[in-house]
Design a protein around this ligand. Structure first.
Ligand SMILES: [Mn+2]
Length: 432
C-alpha cells in the first residue's frame, strides 16, 4: 500500500487544474490529425501507459566526471532516500515504476525492509546490477587487473560469488534479471591475451548462468572502452552476442546507447540483435563524443526514434520471444537528477509514440520498390509530429503531472530535502 508518497495528491491535482483545459484542446486537435493518418489517439495513450522504464538507484545522485563531482544540496544519502527520489519521478512522470538496484552501493542488512519501503512508495525492482569494477573495503582480492576474466582463479571466484549474491538479493527484492558489466581489459598492447581473457569471461559467466533462478535472465552489457583504454574484454555487440550464444537462451545482450564508437549505427545493431533473438534491453542516455551519459534524447533524439522504429517494427512483425527491458543510465552532473530523469523518461515515450506513427505497410512497400525518398520521408514525417499531447494525457490519466518539471519545482521537494538530508553522502557511486 502506497502510504508514504512524497508528493501530496491534492497538490498534483491543483497543478494540473490550470493546464488541463489547454491540454484537452491540443489533444483534440492532434487526435483529428492522427485520425486522418488512420491512428486512434486514445490507443496511443494506452500504449504510452504500458511502457515501463526503470531508474537506476545511482541515477538520483549527482554524478561526476573523472575530475570532480559537485554534490547538490538535498541529495539522497542512502538507498532508502534514493527510493524516495525515484518515487517523486514516478509520481510526476508515471513512466518509471521500477528501480534497478546496484550492489554493493545499495547493500542493506534488512533486505525485507527495503522491499517494504519500495512497496510503500509504489515502486518495484528491476534488474540487479553487479559491480566488480571497483574494490570494496575488506575485499580479499583486488579487481585492479580484472574480475571475471582475471588470470587468478581466486579473483574470478570472488567475482562470481559477488554476482551470485546479487541474484540472491534480487530474488528477495522481486527482481528477475541480473545485468553484468565488467571493466576488465587492458591499457597496453601485450598486457592481456585476447582469447584467454574472453575464455575466462565465458567460463565465469557459465557459473553465474547456471545459478539463475527460474524466470530470470542474464544481461550482458558491452562497452567499447573506459576504464580500459587499449582493449576491453566485452567491447562490442559482436563479442556480447557470441558470449550470450555460448551461455544459453536466457543470456541476452544489453545495449547501452553510449557504449559504441561515435559513428556506429546503433539502430542497426538493435535490428541485428532482434534478428538473432538476443536483444535483452537498453540503457538509455545520449552522447556527443563517447560514453557521455547525457540525458536521453538531449543530443540526438532522431537516433532514439530510429532505435524505437526497430523495436516497434519487431513487435509489429510478432518476433518470437521479444521482450526487451528499458532503463535510463545517465550521469547528472549539472542538473537536478529528478528533473533530468523526468525529461529523459518523456524522451523515451516520445520516441516510442513517433515510432508507432510510422506507416509500416507503406514503409515496407517503399523499401521493396526502391522508393528511397518515399521510405525516408515516411520516417521523417513520423519523427516530426509533435506528440506532446499524447504524453501529457498519458501522464494525467495515470495520475501524474501534465507538466512534471513545473510541478516538481513548485513542490519545493528539493529544498525540503536540503533541510532534512544534511550529512555528507557516504560512499561515492560511479556510473556504468
Ligand atoms: Mn550502462
Amino acid at each position: 500500500m502506497a502510504d508514504r508518497l512524497p508528493i501530496p495528491a491534492e497538490f498534483l491535482a491543483e497543478q494540473n487544474a490550470g493546464l488541463e483545459a489547454h491540454l484537452r484542446v491540443d489533444f483534440e486537435h492532434l487526435g483529428g490529425q492522427l485520425e486522418r493518418r488512420g491512428t486512434a489517439i486514445d490507443r496511443l495513450v494506452e500504449r504510452v501507459r504500458g511502457l515501463r522504464v526503470a531508474i537506476p538507484t545511482w541515477g538520483v545522485g549527482t554524478g561526476g566526471t573523472r575530475f570532480a563531482r559537485f554534490p547538490m544540496p538535498g541529495e539522497p544519502r542512502t538507498i532508502f532516500e534514493k527510493l524516495e527520489d525515484c518515487a517523486v519521478v514516478q509520481q510526476l512522470g508515471r513512466a518509471t515504476p521500477t528501480v534497478s538496484p546496484h550492489l554493493p552501493w545499495d547493500r542493506v542488512d534488512d533486505i525485507d525492509a527495503l522491499r517494504r519501503h519500495a512497496e510503500a512508495l509504489d515502486l518495484g525492482f528491476d534488474a540487479v546490477n553487479s559491480n566488480t569494477f571497483q574494490d570494496q573495503p575488506g575485499q580479499a582480492h583486488s579487481y585492479k587487473y580484472g574480475s571475471l576474466t582475471h588470470a587468478d582463479p581466486a579473483v574470478r571466484a570472488q567475482a562470481i560469488a559477488h554476482n551470485l549474491e546479487c541474484i540472491a538479493v534480487g530474488e528477495q527484492l522481486g527482481s528477475t534479471a541480473l545485468t553484468v558489466w565488467i571493466a576488465d581489459g587492458s591499457n597496453f598492447p601485450g598486457q592481456q591475451h585476447f582469447a584467454r581473457a574472453l575464455d575466462r569471461y565465458v567460463d565465469s559467466m557459465r557459473e553465474i548462468y547456471a545459478k539463475l533462478p527460474d524466470g530470470w535472465r542474464l544481461f550482458l552489457e558491452h562497452k567499447l572502452y573506459e576504464p580500459a583504454l587499449y582493449s576491453t574484454v566485452v567491447a562490442d555487440w559482436g563479442t556480447s552476442y557470441a558470449c550470450a550464444e555460448r551461455l544459453g537462451p536466457r543470456a541476452r545482450c544489453l545495449v547501452d546507447l553510449g557504449h559504441h564508437a561515435p559513428t556506429v549505427n546503433v539502430e542497426q545493431i538493435v535490428a541485428r540483435l532482434i534478428q538473432f533473438g538476443k536483444l535483452g534491453g537498453f540503457h538509455f542516455n545520449d552522447s556527443k563524443y563517447g560514453d557521455d551519459d547525457l540525458d536521453t534524447g538531449a543530443i540526438d533524439p532522431f537516433r532514439l526514434f530510429l532505435v524505437f522504429n526497430e523495436l516497434v517494427d519487431a513487435e509489429a512483425r510478432g518476433v518470437d520471444d521479444f521482450d526487451p527491458v528499458y532503463m535510463l543510465d545517465q550521469s547528472h552532473n549539472m542538473t537536478d537528477p529528478i528533473e533530468s530523469l523526468l525529461e529523459s523518461a518523456a524522451a523515451v515515450q516520445r520516441a516510442f509514440v513517433k515510432a508507432l506513427l510510422v506507416d509500416r505497410d507503406a514503409l515496407s512497400a517503399a523499401q521493396e520498390t526502391n522508393d528511397v525518398m518515399g521510405a525516408a520521408r515516411l520516417l521523417r514525417e513520423a519523427a516530426q509530429i509533435d506528440v506532446a499531447p499524447v504524453i501529457k494525457m498519458a501522464r494525467l490519466a495515470a495520475g501524474g503531472a501534465i507538466d512534471p518539471i513545473a510541478a516538481y519545482r513548485a513542490s519545493g521537494y528539493r529544498a525540503r530535502m536540503a533541510e532534512a538530508r544534511t550529512a555528507e553522502p557516504t560512499g561515492r557511486s560511479g556510473i556504468v
